[in-house]
Design a protein around this ligand. Sequence first.
Ligand SMILES: *Cc1c(COP(=O)(O)O)cnc(C)c1O
Length: 230
Amino acid sequence: MSIRSNIQEIEYRIAKAASMAGRSRDEIKLVGVTKTVGIETIKEAIEAGINVIGENRVQEMEEKYGKLLDYPLEWHLIGHLQSNKVKYIVDKVDLIHSIDRMSVVEEIEKRAAGIDRRVDVLLQVNVSGEETKFGIPPEKLMGFIDRARQCKFMNIKGLMTIAPYTEDPETVRPVFRKLHEIFMELKEKKLDGVSMEYLSMGMTGDFEVAIEEGANIVRIGSGIFGERKL
Ligand SMILES: *Cc1c(COP(=O)(O)O)cnc(C)c1O
């Protein structure tokens, strides 16, 4: 299968899941997850319509960013972020999906203020409670937001989760449903410094269920680029 036909297939499935849920395809952002994928292959995906790039490592994102300056892309950091790496991407990244600790929030605020740029972020929530997952436990989310939303140079734009790996996406539907509930509750609160615009959930194995449960950002890697060793 070519990259182009993979993307067409994913596009078809996104549109179908959206329409099943009575939603419009246009409200869903497709992030092409390019971790471990080479530049030429990424260019193929861009030619085939991918315009949002998701990387999970700061150094890899920084390298690829430098090589793809000619393309009008959105750059999303989707993987775990350490405070000492913030400085390398604060001037490049369009959306950080993976905020889960105050030390990173403080570093972003400091670095973003330094270059007078406002950085958009999502808070990663560990809905399933899996110990191996990064993310803020749901019961700690409100306290976290109350501190983080004081930042002048960081905009909280929504929530993200990674569901447990499963063969049968139906088993993770409750995870997505729960995050959507939290998302809607927060949206209604209309807190200063918080705008619940984006709900990032769903990967190759479970994005249709995520869309049915309200996701408006899906992060697709292997569905576009094929399975690869990490
Ligand atoms: C790798 C990765 C994805 C994409 O996973 P696929 O199953 O290959 O689609 C999505 N989100 C995060 C955070 C990832 O690290």
